[in-house]
Design a protein around this ligand. Structure first.
Ligand SMILES: NC(=O)c1ccc[n+]([C@@H]2O[C@H](COP(=O)([O-])OP(=O)(O)OC[C@H]3O[C@@H](n4cnc5c(N)ncnc54)[C@H](OP(=O)(O)O)[C@@H]3O)[C@@H](O)[C@H]2O)c1
Length: 316
């Protein structure tokens, strides 16, 4: 049997990277094996990946030499940044630059950069429909990822610019699950009006990324966008009601109200949802469910995701 080629996976103990490691390692006859990159090779999550047969190595995206070591001898790498760890677009840019440099130095043949739109292409800083944040961003955690695309291309790294979507898992882990209103009825709160929000089961991001690696060079230089479904707030609330066996309403607040919620990142997320609402055609049009299913035939719909996760959705 031919020697398997290595895919180095950043964020391997996390949501996107974890899905990719599991996708690679569960395909026993496949062409790749995973090198899981973590800051702590002794954590329970790292050990669980080793149990799957993945090589587990230590690196920190702040430390360029550690990335070069982690990428050495690999065929490809999955590169993702961790905005919610530090809330800094500048750090995301610096980390992306460290990843791209390490990829170039080690001669990787295929990098997937997990990116999102630089919303300033649609909403320049002079557009006051939404506030400018941190001096030069509209949606800091999207803009920096989009801005970093050029770092990979200008360095000549063979890159696929994978445009991901809202994780439905945010209803479990990110405080976005249904909450009881004053009348005791559950509601999900999003400032999306009646527009569609592309969403995906986070585990499917890794599975789609695996599909991209398996396609070989076909997606290098391309910007595929992935989603499991594109649903309105009302449609998601109706599906949740069915899955949970309880009334769930859609509380369609304004972006202004959402930005004022005051939790860390509320302004960033308020602007993000407003961008997705106001530019529904462009944002949905950059993602394809058909393509996602072609890359990952087990792609979940929202109902299928709910079926697997209904017990984990908090209902405060
Ligand atoms: N939530 C959404 O709907 C959504 C949608 C699209 C994109 N995103 C983007 O997804 C990104 C996060 O990806 P994720 O959800 O997969 O992350 P995650 O589940 O929070 O996992 C992040 C992992 O990264 C590792 N990590 C953190 N700091 C590191 C460092 N300095 N060096 C090396 N590894 C480090 C950690 O592993 P160790 O502790 O083991 O080192 C952690 O397990 C964010 O930038 C976010 O904007 C989110």
């Amino acid at each position: 049997m031919a020697q398997k080629e290595i895919i180095a996976v950043l964020g391997a103990t996390g949501a996107q990277g974890g899905g990719l490691v599991r996708a690679i390692m569960s395909d026993k006859g496949g062409p790749f094996t995973a090198r899981a990159v973590t800051r702590d090779v002794n954590s329970d999550k790292a050990k669980a990946l080793a149990t799957l047969g993945a090589e587990v190595v230590a690196a920190d995206v702040n430390d360029p030499d550690s990335l070069t070591k982690a990428f050495q001898g690999a065929h490809g790498a999955y590169c993702v940044t961790f905005f919610w760890e530090h809330f800094s677009p500048e750090k995301e840019l610096a980390h992306a630059a460290n990843m791209a440099k390490a990829a170039k130095q080690t001669g990787l043949r295929h990098v997937i950069w997990s990116t999102l739109e630089d919303t300033r292409r649609w909403v320049p800083l002079s557009d006051d429909r939404m506030p400018t944040l941190m001096g030069k961003y509209k949606v800091p955690h999207l803009d920096a990822k989009g801005e970093a695309n050029t770092i990979f291309s200008e360095m000549g790294v063979p890159t696929t610019f994978l445009h991901t979507s809202f994780y439905w898992d945010n209803f479990v882990h990110f405080g976005m699950g249904p909450k009881k209103g004053p009348d005791g009825v559950l509601a999900i709160t999003l400032p999306m009006g009646d527009k569609k929000l592309p969403g995906i089961a986070v585990e499917d991001i890794g599975k789609c990324a695996y599909g991209v690696f398996k396609k070989g060079p076909e997606y290098i230089g391309k910007s595929p966008g992935i989603a499991g479904e594109m649903l309105t707030g009302s449609q998601m609330a109706d599906s949740m009601a069915k899955a949970l066996g309880k009334e769930v309403r859609y509380n369609a607040v304004t972006p202004e109200a959402y930005r004022a919620f005051g939790f860390p990142g509320a302004e960033d997320l308020g602007n993000m949802f407003q961008f997705k609402r106001d530019f529904e055609d462009a944002y949905c049009g950059a993602r394809s469910i058909e393509l996602s299913r072609a890359l990952n035939p087990s792609l979940l719909t929202f109902d299928a995701w709910l079926d697997r996760n209904r017990g984990r959705i908090p209902m405060e």
